[in-house]
Design a protein around this ligand. Structure first.
Ligand SMILES: [Zn+2]
Length: 258
């Protein structure tokens, strides 16, 4: 009799020892879902942060390559490798031999920063995507499949001026204010050269949209790029810039005194 009662009590206290009920499982799944919800933004933020760090490192290494090129070429910068057609022609001094019908390893800076796959890695931002890019010029050249763009005023691969129509790095006034390499919009800047009225990349971070630049509908100030566009200046320092900063012709011209 006594034993029976004990048995009964024990069963009553632990009625579900055999497994979980549906409600318990749902609670556990709910908790896991909440944890994933908390962790995912943290992880994607960490990844975005890592991408920016690597991107800045890439652009600084490319600067070093350009500087070493200048040292070996009487101070002249490499040419900006504008897509050919019209007056533009391929120059051996093009900083990047990006066209499908040229060899990347022959780029003017390759000798200093690495060739082949190594150079390709350096020229690509981890936050960039290369699918669906349009070709700018001929089908033989194909699309520009890299992330960084050289200031078009560095040196032109422009026929009438010959191969030496380019600037010396020492000619640039206020070099800490002059953009040398930056990240152009993958949708608009279809070549390795960039100028002041070109949209910048929107792949790092976010910012509040505050309007177009009057007269330049393609320039969406602040839209998704904040001060996050990796940029290296003629003096070698690197920082994040935004569209407002870049939309200033004086930052792109060697002779402007500010
Ligand atoms: Zn980047």
């Amino acid at each position: 009799m006594r034993a029976h009662r004990n048995n009964h009590t024990s069963i009553a206290r632990h009625p579900r020892r055999g497994g979980f009920t549906l409600v318990e499982l749902l609670v556990v799944i709910g908790i896991i879902a909440v944890l994933i919800g908390i962790l995912m933004p943290v992880l994607s933020k960490a990844r975005a942060q890592a991408n920016r760090v690597v991107c800045m490192s890439n652009i600084k290494q490319l600067y070093n390559g350009i500087l070493m090129y200048c040292n070996d070429n009487k101070g002249y910068l490499p040419t900006c490798a504008m897509g050919t057609g019209g007056s533009y022609v391929p120059f051996p001094e093009d900083w990047i031999h990006w066209q499908a019908n040229r060899n990347l390893t022959n780029s003017a800076i390759a000798k200093y920063v690495g060739r082949g796959e190594q150079l390709k890695r350096l020229l690509r931002c981890a936050a960039d995507s290369f699918e669906g890019r349009k070709a700018r010029g001929s089908a033989a050249e194909g699309p520009y499949l890299y992330s960084y763009h050289l200031n078009a005023n560095a040196g032109h691969n422009f026929k009438p001026y010959g191969p030496f129509w380019r600037s010396k790095i020492t000619e640039w006034r206020v070099p800490s204010n002059k953009i040398l390499l930056t990240e152009g919009s993958e949708a608009f800047v279809l070549q390795p050269a960039i100028d002041y009225a070109s949209p910048l990349a929107q792949r790092h971070g976010s910012a509040v949209f505050h309007g177009n630049v009057p007269g330049f509908p393609q320039l969406t100030r602040g839209m998704r790029n904040g001060s996050n566009v990796s940029t290296v200046f003629v003096d070698g320092h690197a920082e994040g810039i935004d569209q407002d900063f870049a939309f200033d012709q004086s930052r792109w011209e060697p002779s402007s005194p500010w």
